[in-house]
Design a protein around this ligand. Structure first.
Ligand code: ZN
Length: 477
């Protein structure tokens, strides 16, 4: 072929053929372009793709988001969600196991005021005092940034309203206590959909302390406004995990490798959690239904965990209960958390690996993407979801999550009351579900050389690291 013609063809390809990966990562071969647009994968991919039913996914999500609503760790709604998942898995023919585990004590409650009939969205400061069942009611007294001279005389026995900024939340709290405040409301100094969470630096306040948004704070500035804060200490609470196991084919293999497919079903307070994480929960349910029928060499465990949002409690509990033998047989964890947003910029499906290494999960997902002509995958160094628990046990693990390519931004309404079904993309649920399903099936259907974390995999150099993010990796997102 003549050079000129080749260059022309390459140029033509750039306009007509999508990149095979937004960032293809090392060790995935030299393919920069998908070989042909509209690829539909191998015969085994087709088994997943043909059966993947997005309507079923949307039905599960609608039940969680609109029938049950926010599914906060330790609440009845979280239990109802676990029961729904169990019933679905049983209807697919699985024997279902559940686990129950303790979660840390916390203070939670509500804020009502005289400016609205509606409850204000709050975040309770870790270290806040509780109020008792009747709550505390008082005048809302504006106290600037919370310097000692900012507190008017009527602060005593009332509720101090303090703006964020200038000093720590704990210093503001101490000053309010010294001025005699019976409670503290701190409002943000920047616009946000989510109330500020006032961190007290590990200190214990003598009075209730909550955070609200800037907009809500400004609503409380005025004469004669009253507020009632009711915060109770929740102790000895439990959360559930729900597990279904797909046995390997044939007579029970002696030491089958194990693949874990996981999603958390709890949400943060006030958030219906459509994207976070009814989306992952519903897709994993659908994959459990589809994969039930297909023989695999590996054992596949569908693990639905509670209490992710308060610190990955459910997944860490699950992993802590695995025997040494099970850990040794563990091949990989595919975790799904926030896979269905319709936020327009979130065109990429990120594959978050705690250390950013192109482990077996990344390898099987990127291979599936290549077979399917899908160009949406990005390998990224990030913890902040349940794959961390598996990674910590030495298991190849990754989280699949929709983000904006380049910036890695998430949709702005996650963890807010606006994470609702109208923010969900049916086509992205389908695209991600089919791709991840094809990757899991390909990985599970055959025995795999090498177990545990693929640290020694060839081509591991040039890993994408995000040092800032690694510091944050045990926090959510
Ligand atoms: Zn989540």
């Amino acid at each position: 072929m003549k050079k000129g013609l080749a260059a022309f063809l390459v140029m033509l390809m750039m306009f007509t053929v999508p990149f095979s990966f937004a960032w293809s990562g090392p060790g995935t071969g030299g393919a920069v372009f998908a070989e042909a647009p509209g690829k539909s994968g191998s015969a085994f991919d087709q088994r997943i793709i043909n059966r993947f039913n997005t309507d079923r996914v949307l039905e599960h999500m609608t039940h969680l988001v609109e029938e049950i609503g926010p599914r906060v760790a330790g609440t009845e709604e979280e239990v109802l969600t676990a029961e729904y998942i169990q019933a679905q898995l049983e209807s697919f023919g699985y024997d279902v196991e559940t686990q129950e585990f303790g979660i840390p004590n916390r203070v939670s409650g509500e804020l009502f005021t005289s400016v609205s009939d509606e409850e204000f969205a709050i975040r309770v400061a870790p270290g806040s005092a509780a109020t008792g069942e009747e709550g505390i009611t008082g005048l809302v007294v504006e106290a600037g940034l919370g310097y000692p001279e900012d507190f008017p005389e009527e602060t005593g026995g009332n509720i101090a309203l303090i703006e964020r900024g200038g000093m720590t939340f704990w210093e503001k709290t101490v000053n309010a206590q010294e001025a005699g405040a019976a409670g503290v409301i701190i409002y943000d100094n920047a616009e946000s959909l989510v109330p500020v969470t006032p961190s007290l630096g590990g200190n214990q306040a003598d009075v209730p302390v909550v955070g609200i948004t800037k907009a809500d704070g400004e609503r409380l500035i005025g004469e004669g406004i009253t507020a009632t804060l009711t915060l109770s200490e929740l102790a000895d609470q439990v959360s559930p995990n729900v597990i279904a196991v797909k046995e390997p084919k044939g007579k029970p293999a002696e030491n089958p490798e194990i693949v874990y497919v996981t999603a958390h079903f709890d949400s943060v307070p006030y958030s219906p959690g459509a994207s976070d994480n009814a989306s992952g929960t519903a897709v994993v349910l659908e994959l459990a239904r589809i994969l039930k029928a297909f023989p695999t060499e590996k054992e596949v465990r569908f693990v639905f965990v509670g209490a992710e949002e308060i610190g990955l409690i459910g997944s860490r509990y699950y992993v802590s209960q695995l025997s040494e033998d099970e850990i040794a047989r563990s091949a990989a964890n595919f975790n799904l958390d926030m896979v269905g947003t319709n936020w327009e910029p979130a065109t990429a499906l990120y594959v978050n690996v705690v250390d950013g290494a192109p482990n077996q999960v990344w390898q099987s997902a990127s291979a599936a993407a290549e077979r399917l002509g899908n160009d949406s995958l990005v390998l990224f160094a990030r913890g902040a979801s349940d794959h961390v628990a598996f990674y910590e046990a030495g298991i190849d693990a990754a989280n699949f999550i929709r983000r904006e390519p380049g910036t890695a931004n998430l949709e702005p309404w996650y963890h807010t009351p606006f994470d609702t079904m109208d923010k969900i993309s049916e086509s992205r649920l389908q695209e991600g579900g089919q791709l991840i399903g094809a990757a899991i099936y390909d990985f599970a259907r055959k025995d795999h050389p090498g177990r545990g974390r693929s640290n020694e995999a060839p081509g591991r150099t040039g890993v994408l690291f995000n040092e800032d993010e690694r510091l944050n990796m045990t926090h959510h997102r």
